[in-house]
Design a protein around this ligand. Structure first.
Ligand code: AMP
Length: 191
């Protein structure tokens, strides 16, 4: 079983690359951002709770996010493995994920970090906001807040996974295809 975490700041290309990796390795893709957006558009109780956090670019509280993630894994136990995209984003989430996977005789294979400079990321997000209608992509202040959240709460996970020998940095600048090739070369080397 391969279980990958796609790691990186907003706009690093996690969702885009997950699309290629999920078909190549037959993995089930879980994007917590997509799940929240789905709940928000369906106006579920969870969506109503999460809406203001997403709009401001703040992280949704851990327990809510963790419960949603666990459900997504439990509902797809037939999968050959998972791509976690946008999760974990806090040390608490990472600790709970490890414990949860151990219970299921699973583990993280690798955390793949897509690296790019902030200026490039802001430009990508603003461009995405033009077509995606994502409000959190349309306002530079909210984008900067998402980076702040990343720097304060998510960046420490680099050393969390590095300590487990599972952290890999990948250059996230270049063509989509070129970045996919970097990722697949790395993953193939781990199998
Ligand atoms: P994304 O689509 O991954 O950029 O996520 C969009 C937004 O969803 C984030 O800015 C957060 O508000 C929320 N979100 C997604 N994943 C998480 C997570 N693991 N923990 C907390 N909030 C999250």
């Amino acid at each position: 079983m391969i279980n990958l975490i796609l790691f990186g700041k907003p706009g690093a290309g996690k969702g885009t690359q997950a699309e290629f990796l999920k078909s190549k390795y037959q993995l089930f893709h879980i994007s917590t951002g997509d799940l929240f957006r789905h709940h928000i558009s369906n106006k579920t109780e969870l969506g109503i709770l999460a809406k203001s956090y997403l709009e401001e670019g703040d992280l949704v509280p851990d327990q809510v996010t963790i419960d949603m993630l666990k459900d997504a894994v439990e509902n797809n136990t037939e999968a050959k493995g998972f791509i976690f995209d946008g999760f974990p984003r806090t040390t608490k989430q990472a600790e709970v994920l490890d414990a949860f996977l151990i219970e299921k005789s699973m583990q993280i294979t690798a955390t793949l970090a897509l690296e790019a400079d902030d200026d490039i990321l802001v430009e990508r997000l603003i461009n995405r906001g033009i077509t995606s209608e994502r409000k959190d992509d349309q306002d530079e202040e909210k984008i900067r807040n998402r980076f702040e959240e990343y720097n304060n709460k998510t960046a420490p996970l680099r050393s969390f996974y590095d300590a487990q020998g599972k952290f890999y940095s990948v250059d996230g600048i270049g063509s989509i295809d070129g970045i996919t090739q970097r990722l697949t070369a790395l993953i193939d080397g781990l199998l």
